[in-house]
Write a protein that binds this ligand. Structure first.
Ligand code: LLP
Length: 427
């Protein structure tokens, strides 16, 4: 059963900046012992290091403002659509990319300034557009000709819009995360862009200010961002460019990812070279803003040793779909104690075999009740949390300077049952 006599070390470089071990070897995130947080709020739980999140948001706004003063960093709220998270990054100078009316409602609830919100969507309904027009967001991003028709019909006054164009690039990432290729459902194919620009200009209620492009997510090669800028420069020139998000992050010790500084450097240099130094520039980071600033804490429920060692925890694909949807590799640890190492499959509690959190990973030989942490779960895990097996979606706990605060409470069975309209006694 034991594969190695030495305890595998927790790679703190995957955890929020500032994560440490105390004298007893306990893991501290935002100065809080993860064990104490797990005890207080239960597991599974998403922990966010609020201080580290603030520093990432500030480093993003500084990195762009110092290179291009007329810039705005929009947090892609789809990556962590909680008003608490949006509120924190807004306080640090970020605007918000809202890709649906619900994300817009979250941003407004967080107190985000509508003049710093950009509204997206490849299938915006009348209601979606009305919510954006009522809020008076900075720009609505036109994704198709029906957006043009709808805005023209619904608007009472000219609406500042950007046009989402396809840069015709095959991003080097998972196919589900490619968004700027010719076959994409997003944006206007490059050969139709000139026609759509003419069409928009015929509408007095649409005020076309610029272009938007987003090539994909979890991009680790900065050349792709420069290629996108070059592709966008081939269209008619405008005064405003929103170049989307996409910067990739490290999920395991073996990964390498560019820094926010390197990304800002390459992108702004490319913008100045190909689009000009006098444009309004926006970017929409999601994953790289939040991924490393969040971890998930679980408890081991059972260990089954056979052909493989299955360590089942109290969460799984209900709180982390990254593994089953994209095959994303994570690097979990059994924390707060030492012991011999063992190679295990970390699995969830949901009723399917694809419900795995990590495959063939080395951890301290696990026992029932052990605390397990999975780092780099700050992006898209809370987003895609779900009720598979009527599981309750976990809470979000902010940790900062040794204090923990509940940001989003755990769902309850009452929450689930309350939506059932046919039960006796339901209103
Ligand atoms: N802007 C637009 C228009 C986008 O479509 C996206 C992501 C972003 C910005 C933010 O990209 P980021 O910086 O986070 O890479 N569900 C997938 C991620 C899909 C991302 C979709 N669009 C996942 O769980 O990994």
């Amino acid at each position: 059963m034991t594969d190695s006599p030495t305890s595998p070390a927790v790679d703190l470089s995957l955890y929020p900046d500032g994560t440490s071990l105390d004298a007893a070897g306990r893991l501290l995130v935002g100065g809080c012992a993860v064990a104490d947080v797990a005890e207080k709020y239960g597991t599974p739980a998403y922990l966010v290091d609020e201080g580290a999140l603030r520093r990432t948001a500030r480093s993003y706004t500084d990195a762009f403002a110092s290179r291009h003063p007329d810039s705005l960093v929009l947090f892609a709220s789809k990556s962590f659509p909680s008003a608490s998270v949006i509120g924190v990054v807004s306080e640090e100078g970020c605007g918000v990319d809202a890709a649906a009316a619900g994300e817009l409602a979250m941003a407004l609830a967080a107190g985000a300034d509508p003049a710093r919100i950009v509204f997206h969507g490849n299938a915006k309904t009348d209601d979606d557009l009305l919510s954006a027009l009522t809020a008076a967001v900075r720009y609505v991003v036109v994704d198709n000709l029906d957006d043009v028709e709808r805005i023209a019909r619904l608007a009472q006054e000219p609406v500042p819009v950007l046009l989402r164009v396809s840069p015709s690039l095959d991003a080097k990432t998972h196919t589900a995360m490619m968004t700027g290729h010719d076959a994409s459902k997003f944006g206007i194919p490059s050969d139709q862009v000139a026609d759509v620009i003419r069409r928009i200009r015929r509408e007095s209620m649409l005020d076309l200010r610029g272009l938007h492009a987003h090539v994909g997510s979890q991009l680790l090669d900065l050349d792709q961002f420069e290629a996108a800028v070059r592709a966008v420069a081939a269209f008619e020139r405008f005064g405003v460019y929103d170049l989307g998000g996409g910067l990739g992050v490290r999920y395991t010790s073996a990964d390498a990812a560019p820094s926010v500084e390197d990304y800002a450097d390459r992108l702004v240099t490319a913008v100045h070279r190909h689009l000009g130094a006098d444009v309004e520039l926006m970017v929409e980071p999601g994953r790289s803003m939040v991924a490393r600033n969040g971890i998930t804490a679980y408890r081991v429920v059972t260990v089954k040793r056979g052909v493989r060692t299955h360590v089942a925890v109290d969460g799984g694909m209900g709180d982390n779909l990254e593994v089953s949807l994209y095959g994303q590799a994570f690097q979990p640890s059994v924390v707060d104690r030492s012991g011999p190492a063992e190679i295990v499959d970390l699995v969830g509690r949901h009723c399917e075999s694809g419900d795995e959190l990590a495959h063939g990973v080395e951890v301290v030989s696990p026992r029932v009740g052990d605390l397990v942490t999975v780092p780099v779960t700050g992006a898209y895990c809370y987003t895609m949390s779900n009720n598979y097996n009527a599981a309750l979606r976990p809470p979000v706990v902010f940790c900062r300077d040794g204090e923990s605060r509940l940001a989003v409470r755990r769902e309850t069975f009452e929450d689930l049952v309350r939506r059932e309209c046919l039960l006796p006694g339901a209103d």
